[in-house]
Design a protein around this ligand. Structure first.
Ligand code: ADP
Ligand code: MG
Length: 255
């Protein structure tokens, strides 16, 4: 957590910069010129009603979709519409709303499988090399899954799977991690574990951009928030200010 967000924002360069991103699908404009910035060691929240364009934004950042217009920069490097594998190697990683794990692999094996973005058919040969094993163990411990390290991932709860994918997303020490709805579908008694894990990883230097529906979660975690609506920037600011903005209340609750 940044102690003085406004000063931090005014005095540091963004790690990830999105400028005027536009994405047209046949029959729908999902993004209509969205801009936002994430700075080192920040937790930035992306919120907005259903259909606002949040998932499309992540998919454009990751190279899953080619934007119709606009740019994405990681530090000073333009990564717009690069191959996803290249974007990941440059230092952007993500987790998904529905946690993607390999159910028949153990927790620790999943860390390696994610590292290599392996296909199911070669997973039988998954082994951690000596170099990455300590970091895998550290991360598994940090997210609170140490006791389950040799358990098959398919036996984990939704929340535990999400913790596993958060751990895996950090293995390559990325510049920034995009978390898509980290608490969605998670048993309420595990939501606090996820919040605490993100806080701890952030204290250890990780930078996050988070899509999240739960306003309490986003308020607790975020240094700064961008509210999207209909594919455009509606409001931005620190959570206390942005979430109280009349335009935001209108977008969520108005007709
Ligand atoms: P959010 O994640 O904020 O709920 P999305 O980014 O999923 O919003 O969607 C934004 C808009 O773009 C919606 O109107 C949605 O129907 C549309 N959209 C998203 N993906 C596609 C797609 N692959 N094809 C057509 N329309 C899409
Ligand atoms: Mg979405």
């Amino acid at each position: 957590m940044i102690t003085d967000t406004d000063t931090h924002r005014a005095t540091t360069e963004p790690v990830l910069r999105i400028d005027g991103l536009r994405k047209e699908f046949p029959g729908a404009v999902a993004l209509d010129g969205v801009s936002c910035e994430i700075r080192r060691e920040e937790v930035v929240g992306i919120v907005g009603p259903n259909g606002a364009g949040k998932s499309t934004l992540f998919n454009c950042i990751m190279g899953v979709h080619d934007p119709t217009d606009g740019q994405v920069h990681l530090n000073d490097e333009e990564i717009t519409a690069e191959f996803t594998s290249r974007i990941v190697r440059s230092g952007v990683s993500r987790t998904f709303q529905l946690a993607r794990v390999f159910p028949d692999l153990t927790v620790r094996e999943n860390m390696v499988a994610n590292q290599d973005h392996a296909d199911e058919h070669i997973l039988k040969t998954v082994v951690a090399d000596a170099e990455s094993t300590p970091r895998i163990d550290d991360l598994v411990e940090l997210v609170g899954l140490w006791d389950l390290r040799d358990r098959k991932a398919g036996e984990l709860s939704t929340g535990q799977k999400k913790l596993l994918t958060i751990a895996a997303s950090l293995l390559q020490d990325p510049e920034i991690v995009l978390l898509d709805e980290p608490t969605a579908g998670v048993n309420p008694n595990l939501v606090d574990d996820i919040i605490e894990t993100v806080v701890e990883l952030n204290d250890n230097g990780a930078t996050f951009c988070i899509i999240e529906h739960d306003m309490d979660v986003i308020q607790t975690l975020s240094d700064y928030i961008y509210v999207l609506n209909n594919g455009t920037n509606l409001v931005e600011g620190t959570p206390d200010v942005a979430l109280e903005d009349p335009a935001v209340l209108e977008a969520y609750f108005g007709e």
